[in-house]
Design a protein around this ligand. Structure first.
Ligand code: EPZ
Length: 427
């Protein structure tokens, strides 16, 4: 298993190209199941999770062709062509769904187009129990017959799905995505109330519209979908990754450096910019993206995670790393997932002073972190340790790098190009 070795304490300077968003690309790839025509997705990041989902789509029978960019665009994402002409298998097996929960996003499209899907229940995961009851309840409202048998969601809709009014009791990104896709091929109108408003949902909705879907209210929490008998192929580019954007913004802030984030969009990360500004880190819009530069010390700022446009749970671990060396204290409250503080004991091994009380972590700033061997059990917790390592005095070795490879493309290369002393090492 690979490790990342970092010699910390160097301010980063330069520019980082922000890739296509993992959490937008995953639902967009599954949207290919909605049509027999080819869906062409550009700016798809090279990440382990994308490979896992392509493997799943491949075993359903989707033909997948990767086109690598050449020349100028060589560092950009690749283009993936997906053709779900003939689907040979309607089962998403436990092995793949357990490995990556976003696999459950094949449920809505398979059911809507073919009237049949058997998708493994994902089970628990490192950041909490993460049930899929909202996906199931909402698909039932569209007329699906769903049974849970042998650990599988067995969903059938032999007469097709029928539009309905759905009010989500809590905001769910995945359930909104599954239902948007299913409703696009349902008979009649579906209203999704209390829908998630994350930019990744907007990206999916815009791609569905390009495929011929009719969706009103895009970007809001009430989406009205008028189902179509069929959708067509389309060509669509995946949005820039707002969590990768935020992670590199904090890399600049935590090292006291200056980074330009190429292709980053300020409107995707407003809640983070507000926190960074309050912490004493200005963020400027440039012609090519965003520029983040720290001038003085970091001030402690309280942060609470919320659905978009609130502060993202996927940035909670990284902002906590930044707050470990702030002047004063910061209260960080996680409201989305039950168990998303796995980075806390690891940051403590680097000298951070953090006390967890239920869903809140009180971070009291220390003058400096010290390098240490650390590891984490999920993607964002792992990257928060890389960030801490960049700022810490001495050497930090982050194990279980496969978590990072799920969501950060060539992270050590991108950081090294900006002056970080960082390398990947084999065990
Ligand atoms: C998406 O997960 C993201 N994943 C997550 O990113 C992100 O943390 C999360 O949204 C919240 O923003 C992808 O987009 C692939 P939810 P998702 O359904 O859709 C509860 C990362 O690091 N819930 O919005 O699974 C759930 O337990 C990842 O890239 C139910 O109770 O999240 C959670 O508490 C990790 N029943 C809350 O809702 C359900 O049926 C929000 O989850 C569904 C969800």
């Amino acid at each position: 298993m690979d490790k990342i070795r970092i010699q910390g304490g160097r301010p980063l300077a330069g520019s980082v190209k922000i890739g296509g968003a993992k959490n937008a690309a995953l639902p967009l790839l599954t949207a290919s199941l909605l049509t027999e025509e080819t869906l062409r997705l550009g700016n798809v990041p090279r990440l382990a999770d994308i490979e896992t989902l392509c493997a799943l789509l491949g075993q359903h029978g989707v033909r997948i062709e990767n086109v690598e960019p050449t020349g100028e665009g060589a560092l950009g994402g690749r283009t993936v062509l997906l053709t779900a002409g003939e689907i040979s298998n309607f089962q998403a097996p436990y092995d793949l769904v357990r490995k990556m929960r976003a696999s459950v996003l094949v449920l809505g499209p398979l059911l809507a187009r073919f009237g049949e899907a058997d998708v493994s229940l994902p089970g628990g995961c490192a950041i909490g129990p993460r049930p899929v009851n909202l996906h199931i309840d909402a698909l039932r409202r569209l007329g699906a017959e769903i049974a849970i048998e042998g650990g599988y969601i067995r969903a059938r809709a032999p007469q097709g799905l029928k539009g309905a009014e759905i009010h989500f009791p809590i905001v769910s990104v995945g359930a909104t995505e599954n239902l948007l896709m299913a409703a696009s091929l349902a008979d009649g109108e579906t209203v999704l109330e209390n829908a998630a408003r994350e930019p990744e949902i907007t990206d999916l909705a815009q791609c569905l519209v390009a495929m011929g879907a009719e969706i009103e209210g895009i970007g809001g929490d009430r989406l009205v979908v008028t189902g179509k008998p069929r959708l067509s192929g389309a060509s669509y580019d995946v949005m820039a990754d707002r969590i990768e954007t935020g992670t590199y913004a904090i890399a600049a802030a935590i090292t006291g450096g200056e980074l330009e984030l190429l292709g980053a969009r300020g409107d995707y990360v407003e809640s983070l910019i507000e926190v960074l500004n309050a912490a004493g880190v200005p963020v400027e819009t440039t012609a090519r993206g965003l520029k983040v530069k720290r001038n003085g010390g970091i001030r402690g700022v309280d942060v609470m995670t919320q659905p978009f446009p609130g502060f993202p749970t996927d940035m909670q671990a990284q902002i906590m790393s930044l707050m470990t060396t702030a002047s004063g204290a910061a209260m960080i409250t996680e409201t989305i997932f039950e168990n998303r503080f796995m980075h806390v004991p690891e940051l403590a091994r680097m000298g951070a002073n953090i006390t967890v009380h239920g869903a809140s972590a009180l971070v009291r700033g220390v003058p400096r972190l010290k390098g240490a061997p650390v590891m984490a059990t999920d993607l964002r917790a792992s990257v928060s340790l890389v960030l801490a390592g960049l700022a810490a005095e001495g050497e930090t070795v982050v194990s279980r790098v496969y978590h990072l490879d799920r969501g950060y493309e060539r992270i050590e290369e991108k950081l090294a190009a900006c002056g970080a002393v960082i390398e990947r090492a084999k065990d």
